[in-house]
Design a protein around this ligand. Structure first.
Ligand SMILES: [Fe+2]
Length: 160
């Protein structure tokens, strides 16, 4: 049984996404973009629905960081949905893919280096395991492909 510590889970998601970003930057293989979009969609969903709402309550001192991260996810979802609808031979495909990856990388850096340590310091292991278990369930029903979000999507959450 894999660990369900929420921070460990999300760091593993980041690692997979970083690996795909490195791969695309090296080879510009459009097939890697499809894998990246799928990984990003699942990750975005479980973090937005599982992690942010709970940590807003358990570590309210990080609320403004979470607001910022929700907005970054929203921007990433808009670009991801546009990229999903593009053909790799369109002139802007590579530009949009690289811009999206730059934004996602910056977002993950901020979570890995700044936010996760704050959350680790404020939220107990038991709560983090409960959030992880909830995110594992969310992952099973997560969308696999980007959808164009409406503005509200960044803030809507399913039942916590
Ligand atoms: Fe995130």
């Amino acid at each position: 049984m894999p660990t369900t510590d929420a921070i460990v889970m999300l760091r593993e998601g980041h690692k997979e996404i970083r690996r795909l970003i490195r791969s695309y930057r090296a080879d510009r293989d459009p097939g890697v973009v499809a894998k990246f979009l799928r990984a990003l969609t699942v990750y975005t969903y479980i973090e937005r629905e599982g992690m942010y709402p709970r940590v807003s309550v358990l570590a309210p001192e990080t609320e403004l960081a979470i607001v910022f991260f929700r907005e970054e996810h929203h921007i990433a979802e808009v670009l991801a949905a546009e990229l999903q609808d593009m053909r790799p031979d369109e002139i802007a495909f590579d530009a949009k893919a690289r811009l999206l990856m730059d934004i996602v990388e910056r977002h993950m850096d901020a979570e890995d280096h700044m936010w996760f340590p704050q959350v680790r310091a404020s939220v107990g292991r038991k709560e983090l395991r409960e959030i992880g278990a909830w995110m594992t369930k969310l992952a099973e029903r997560a969308p696999q492909r980007p959808h164009r979000p409406d503005r509200q999507t960044a803030w809507d959450t399913v039942a916590a």
